[in-house]
Ligand binder design. Structure first.
Ligand code: HEC
Length: 496
């Protein structure tokens, strides 16, 4: 079942843990250990029968800051705060404090930072490198021969190359061909080979097949992952170890513990950007941009027409647009656990910042007066109608985040006294239950008939129930609440 073919005199260790076939061809004389793990170990529960609808909540605002003017066609992360972008056909390398233009490149498909610090670029016209601000052709390009690289990812000290003829690994100056054997013909004409690097390894997908290559003790373990019915158009891995997959407008995610989600956004999904060191996932749809963070989806307005997006080390978004390369600063959002309405009595409104761990300040105002916020988390504010007075009011809560523009939420409400009790709604049922057997049409005591009868005798009734003469013992006397109800009804002018 297992073929290990060394094309040279390589020291090549292959360990098959099960009958999963894994072929490895060493193109040079360096060693790369690959271990094929059991193919049963990571079988997933079948895909949920229908996608979960992502409901659009109040959208957030994105404030884009221009970084480079001109038509941007590509942006990709290089780790840390570094990015590569193509603007007006020129390759730009961006780091926290420098921005350099390395000159013209055509058709960049993917970028990665190799273990030696070199930036590698997969382009339509071949593999390029950028080192010390100079564009060149890396030695690796020669070893590739006619194979065309479409995607690049670095995991530890290995650069993985997705090519038109399969997956290759570049480690320590040697190039290895990774063949997944009989159960998968990756590299055949089944659509592009996709790779995505996570914190612990690499996901490899093609057509309907998915593998996880993870490093352990200097070797890479190849796990086939059973994902029935999945197809793969784009792959991305986030900081929580979740794999994100897009396919024909839908979005799927697979968490490290095998949990599968199939999500339906209100509009078709075009691409997903994530990175293995932050939890934020930026999703581009046909009409805009969405942020997913720890299961919460939020739409962002103001992103403009995005061509490509990438996630920054702070979870913000880089936007390649027709008018430039932008850094998108998202307002992080806030909501209240109350919706607009009437306030009858003092209650507490909970303030719910979307990202509690990034909150730097919470400010609230009733109408135009600053209000006291009960510090959190959880943050809250006391809504006391007595202090506010009857009539319409508004509560505005502003949350300042340490890494984003402030977010605001407003709650409009009317302060009103509780509606008074009425005969029909409150008094008649009480009479029915406690007095009617004796004072009703079939009773033996004097009749107390309807609204008028009850109202005319109200003073005597109040005396009788307060002094517990009525209901006639041994019947149980009325409760203090029931007596209060009668008193309030009387005080309100005995409304019918
Ligand atoms: C078990 C029978 C019984 C029940 C129940 C009862 N009553 Fe009476 N009630 C009487 C009798 C008997 C009298 C005295 C004769 C009369 O006034 O008809 C009386 C007298 C009264 C009187 C006039 C005398 C007084 O003591 O002030 C009022 C007012 C009265 N009831 C109100 C009520 C109300 C209100 C309820 C219900 C909360 C109630 N009663 C329940 C039997 C009952």
């Amino acid at each position: 079942m297992l073929d290990g073919v060394a094309a040279s005199d390589a020291a090549l260790d292959l360990v098959a843990a099960s009958d999963a076939a894994l072929d490895l061809v060493a193109a040079s004389d360096a060693a790369l250990d690959l271990v094929a793990a059991s193919d049963a170990a990571l079988d997933l529960v079948a895909l949920p029968p229908s996608p979960i609808s992502v409901l659009p909540q109040a959208p957030g605002e994105l404030t884009p800051t221009l970084l480079i003017r001109g038509a941007a066609s590509f942006v990709g992360p290089l780790g840390g705060q570094d990015f590569a972008a193509v603007v007006e056909g020129n390759l730009h390398l961006l780091s926290a404090d420098t921005l350099s233009n390395l000159g013209e490149v055509a058709g960049v498909l993917s970028v990665t930072r190799a273990p030696d610090g070199t930036t590698l670029l997969a382009t339509h016209s071949g593999l390029l490198s950028a080192q010390e601000q100079v564009l060149g052709v890396p030695p690796l390009a020669q070893a590739l021969g006619a194979r065309h690289v479409t995607d690049l990812e670095t995991v530890g000290d290995v650069v993985f190359l997705a090519t038109t003829e399969g997956l290759l690994a570049w480690r320590g100056g040697a190039l290895f061909e990774i063949d997944f054997g009989l159960q998968a013909d990756l590299g055949e004409a089944d659509g592009p080979l996709l790779i995505a690097a996570g914190a612990r390894g690499l996901f490899v997908a093609q057509h309907q097949q998915l593998f996880s290559l993870s490093e352990g003790g200097g070797s890479f373990l190849a796990w086939p992952i059973s994902t029935p019915g999945w197809r793969f158009e784009t792959l991305a891995v986030d900081g929580l170890g979740r794999l994100w997959v897009t396919d024909a407008g839908t979005l799927r995610s697979l968490s490290g513990d095998g949990q599968v989600q199939w999500l339906s956004l209100p509009e078709p999904v075009l691409s997903v950007a994530a990175r293995p060191d932050v939890p934020e996932v930026w999703i581009r749809t046909t009409t805009g941009l969405w942020l997913e963070r720890r299961g919460l989806f939020q739409r962002y307005l103001g992103a403009g027409e995005v061509v490509a997006q990438a996630v920054t080390a702070l979870g913000q978004v880089m936007l390649a647009r027709a008018d430039g390369l932008f850094l998108g600063l998202p307002g992080r959002g806030v909501s209240l656990n109350r919706s607009d309405g009437v306030v009858f009595e003092a209650t507490t409104a909970e303030i719910l910042p979307a990202f509690p761990d990034h909150v730097s300040e919470v400010v609230a105002r009733f109408d135009d007066l600053e209000a006291r916020v009960i510090a959190g988390p959880p943050w809250s504010i006391l809504l006391d109608p007595v202090g506010l007075g009857d009539g319409p009011h508004s509560l505005t809560v502003t949350v300042r985040y340490d890494d984003a523009p402030p977010s605001e939420v407003r709650f409009d409400f009317v302060v009103a006294l509780p509606p008074p009790p009425t005969f029909t709604a409150d008094i008649a049922p009480l009479f029915q239950a406690h007095c009617d057997p004796c004072h009703g049409p079939r009773g033996f005591a004097h009749p107390i008939a309807g609204y008028l009868g009850f109202r005319n005798e109200l003073d005597a009734i109040l005396d009788a129930v307060r002094e517990r003469r009525m209901p006639l013992p041994p019947n149980r006397p009325l409760s203090p609440e029931q007596i209060t109800l009668l008193v309030e009804w009387s005080a309100a002018g005995t409304p019918e």
